[in-house]
Ligand binder design. Structure first.
Ligand code: ATP
Length: 444
């Protein structure tokens, strides 16, 4: 399958089946902002819940929070984002298009006479790179002046740093411990694209782990390995996962060491989670800018220090793209092409499709009753439209792991067939045992 065509197929499947729609589509769309539809919202919610379970519920040393998107403007001075969260950009004076200076399509050295604009083809019209801040700015309150400027947060991490003391004191945690958060972040990306890979509004799942200076490298290794294992447990093809270590010139302004977890997308290997050793940069800067002490007093040694932070930062939307791309398969079944999303059952938006074989002889009634009973336990979908083969195919495209069919025999002995999306094997199961049969197989 050609790579670009795989992306086209994913985008079209996502729209057709209600995973992802372009924002404000009836107005022609808005650049690199996407809406999650009925199936997409379930997929993303399942991914977020899985992350929250492993990061917060299963660990006694991590607490969750939900901080506001709008924060004091000084937060972004302290964090270095006002000064340093910039991308170098190049403008074409002829066609007015803007590019990131590292855009692979640019030919020659921008600012020099022979450099060529990749859009209009003009030579010598590209400016030398200039720094452009990626934060969205807005105003708080009724007056739109410099004093009222606030920013939409470009990362969720700062909401964790400014609450470090509140969380530690209220939850009685001791170092080492972490704070986790899932929330929206905004970046005015200049060359966004590749569907939901790089968008201007997105969700992050971030965890900041506070440790004693000197123990940061050990914790960094620990979190790096744990996060990679989490991806494998999610069922992502291991051969399509790898680490990429940031070289000194790639490191963000706050980082001592950084590793990305990369996935081999149809458009190449790209980051989708970052593990960063942020040292005590953020807490020290907030201490300096706020005038409040953000130290930890070790209860045993009576030592005072500003903790180091190991961060894990994963994009929920980008993870959804990884899961979608990895799940997508085209295959031949009984001489017909089928498109199937092989989601791990635990993250599949719909768990079972329920079908009466024909629309008579009491089959629809029994199937509807089964759907109603199961609905209390899991999202299911009742469908009596079209041939049974077509109904299976529709659920294959939605990534639904099980297809339950009520047939003639069901009327006699109360059993139904359960078709497995991946093996296509069919089991006969008593209708009153269905819930436990499915639950047992869904937690994979
Ligand atoms: P990139 O180099 O791709 O812009 P980054 O290095 O700036 O990413 P981080 O600041 O480390 O990214 O953000 C952590 C994670 O947040 C990324 O791995 C990604 O999953 C997600 N993320 C960052 N920017 C975006 C975006 N514009 N759209 C969607 N997800 C994003």
């Amino acid at each position: 399958m050609a790579n670009s065509s795989l992306m086209d197929k994913l985008v079209s499947l996502a729209k057709r089946r209600g995973f992802v729609f372009q924002s404000s589509e009836i107005y022609g769309g808005v650049g690199s902002v996407w809406d999650f539809g009925p199936l997409g919202v379930e997929l993303k919610k399942n991914l977020k819940e899985r992350w929250w379970r492993s990061m917060v519920y299963e660990r006694e040393d991590i607490e969750g929070i939900d901080a506001a998107i709008l924060m004091h403007a000084k937060v972004w001075e302290a964090s270095g984002h006002i000064e340093g969260f910039t991308d170098p950009l190049v403008d074409c004076r002829q066609c007015k298009k803007r590019f990131r200076a590292d855009d692979e399509r640019l030919k020659g050295v921008p600012g020099e006479p022979d450099a060529q604009c990749p859009v209009c083809g003009s030579r010598g019209t590209l400016t030398a790179p200039r720094q452009f801040n990626l934060m969205f700015k807005t105003f708080m309150g009724p007056v739109e002046d410099a004093a009222a400027v606030v920013y939409l947060r470009p990362e969720t991490a700062q909401g964790i740093y400014v609450n470090f003391l509140n969380v530690m004191q209220s939850s009685r945690q001791k170092i080492p411990f972490g704070i986790a958060q899932i929330g929206k972040a905004f970046r005015n990306e200049i060359t966004p694209g590749n569907f939901i890979f790089r968008t201007r509004e997105f969700e992050q799942m971030e965890m900041q782990f506070f440790v004693k200076p000197g123990e940061d490298e050990r914790w960094f290794e620990d979190w790096k390995e744990r996060r990679m294992q989490w991806m494998k447990d999610l069922g992502i093809t291991p051969e399509k996962l790898r680490f990429h270590q940031h070289k000194p010139d790639e490191l963000a302004h706050y980082a001592k060491t950084a590793f990305d977890i990369e996935y081999e997308f149809p458009f190449g290997w790209k980051e989708f989670e970052g593990i960063h050793n942020r040292t005590n940069y953020d807490l020290s800067r907030h201490q300096e800018y706020s005038g409040k002490k953000l130290e930890y007093l070790d209860p045993v040694t009576q030592e005072r220090y500003v903790p180091y932070v190991v961060e894990t930062s994963l994009g929920a939307d980008r993870l959804a793209l990884v899961v979608l791309a990895d799940a997508y398969h085209e295959e031949e079944v009984e001489g017909e092409k089928r498109v199937v999303l092989r989601f791990q059952p635990a993250v599949a938006p719909i768990k079972a499709g329920i079908f009466p074989l024909v629309k008579k002889d009491g089959m629809p009634e029994m199937a509807r009753q089964i759907a109603a009973d199961l609905r209390a336990r899991m999202p299911v979908f009742y469908d009596d439209g079209g041939s049974i083969g077509r109904r299976y195919r529709r659920q294959d495209e939605a990534g639904t792991p099980f297809g339950i069919t009520v047939d003639g025999q069901s009327m006699d002995d109360g059993t139904v067939t359960v078709r497995d999306r991946d093996t296509l094997k069919q089991d006969r199961v008593a209708a009153n045992q269905l819930a436990s049969y499915l639950v047992e197989r869904l937690d994979r």
